[in-house]
Design a protein around this ligand. Structure first.
Ligand SMILES: Cc1ncc(COP(=O)(O)O)c(C=O)c1O
Length: 379
């Protein structure tokens, strides 16, 4: 996978400042409030969204959630623990949608008790669960769309086929629920324009058939998947907005629907960099190895799925480079950021390395999606 981006100047200046103030204790996920705010504003100015629901799974740091709330974001939770985190952060349950299409009954009941009234679903079995544990709630159907072009595909796991949607909405209505919309996700880091335009056209066609069948939908949620790793994310979002514009006109002006989105990576990824410290540099057989004080097991699990991160020296002394294996501190031999990373030839213990982008799916990798690790029963 190709996924390297340039570290924003804002983060480098922030690093200089915290170093000069003696506050750079590694390992550290350095997070720029200014970049988060900038990304949020860019997103809303490039796409005519009526609401942004920030997915907590992308970054669950309370300060990040508060910052986005203050910008006007609403939130998408995948579990009751994610919801409780939002509530503790001062976010109102009326600003939260519950998006996991397949949910445990306990999570639905807790969310309903806390005041959440909007749930995703993609199967008739889920209608029965929501009817029972969150009666009279609003529901929206996650539909299946092509994930062609995505660096990480999501469409095998979730999404109802288009021809089942009217039936699912009817079943929901018969169960006393209120079908209000459709949602899709084109897969992570998807810059392929025809995938975006086909997904939106497909969902607009489905919305039209729902409306013809007397199911008055209110919104289409175009999910996440906006490119954030690799290339200029702002230019790439503008290209997506351009290709979606004709269909968005139908969605808004002809059908009178609201446009929602759930950008996770676009908002958070480039707002953070991991700062780690070199523990040792050594030659093992024919390779040079760099050991740093934080590795894949501290949140960079997507490396196992092929996602690449940029690793650079924070303050290189020499311009001469050589190729290193960069590895974390654990005894796990898979704990490797990359096997041929170019870094200064004179790298040594105590130097700082930067791993970028580190804002999406890294701090939140602990109890990911708000699902706790299994308890241990010992007897
Ligand atoms: C339902 C839902 N919405 C939004 C997102 C955020 O996606 P991204 O980080 O690609 O913007 C995800 C990510 O998995 C998701 O599952």
């Amino acid at each position: 996978m190709k996924a390297l981006s340039v570290i924003p100047e804002t983060l480098l200046l922030l690093l200089d400042r915290i170093q000069s103030e003696g506050r750079c204790k590694t390992p550290l996920i350095l997070t720029s409030k200014a970049l988060l705010e900038y990304n949020y504003r860019c997103f809303c100015s490039l796409l005519p969204v009526d609401a942004v629901f920030f997915p907590v799974k992308a970054n669950n740091v309370p300060e990040v959630l508060v910052c986005l709330r203050d910008q006007g974001a609403r939130f998408e939770a995948a579990s009751s623990d994610e919801l409780y985190l939002l509530l503790h952060t001062g976010i109102a349950s009326s600003d939260v949608i519950f998006s996991n299409p397949i949910k445990s009954p306990e999570h639905i009941a807790r969310a309903h008790l806390a005041g959440v009234r909007t749930f995703a679903f993609d199967a008739a079995s889920e209608v029965r669960k929501i009817q029972r544990h969150a009666p009279q709630s609003e529901v929206y159907v996650r539909i299946e769309v092509s994930n062609e072009g995505a660096e990480w595909k999501l469409h095998h796991k979730f999404g109802a086929p288009g021809n089942e949607v009217v039936g699912l909405c009817t079943a929901a209505r018969d169960a006393g629920l209120v079908p209000v919309g459709l949602a899709f996700h084109v897969g992570w880091n998807n810059g392929r324009l025809d995938s975006w335009s086909r997904a939106l056209q497909h969902s607009v066609q489905i919305a039209e058939s729902c409306i013809r069948q007397g199911i008055p939908l209110r919104s289409i949620n175009i999910g996440g998947g906006f490119p954030a790793h690799g290339g200029d994310q702002y230019a790439r979002l503008k290209d997506i907005a351009d290709v979606l514009r004709p269909t968005l006109r139908i969605l808004k002006e002809e059908l009178g629907l609201l446009l929602y989105a759930e950008p996770g990576s676009f908002i958070a990824a480039n707002a953070c960099v991991m700062v780690c410290r070199v523990l040792d540099v050594m030659q093992r057989r024919d390779q040079a190895w760099v050991y740093v004080d934080s590795g894949i097991n501290q949140g960079f699990y997507w490396i196992y799925a092929g996602v690449k991160y940029q690793v650079v020296a924070a303050q290189p002394r020499s311009r001469q480079t050589r190729s290193y294996v960069v590895t974390g501190p654990t005894c796990d031999s898979h704990d490797i950021f990359g096997e041929a990373i170019e870094l200064p030839a004179d790298l040594r213990e105590g130097d700082l390395l930067l791993v970028f982008p580190a804002g999406a799916y890294i701090s939140s990798a602990r109890n990911y999606n708000g699902f706790a690790y299994p308890a241990v029963l010992f007897e």
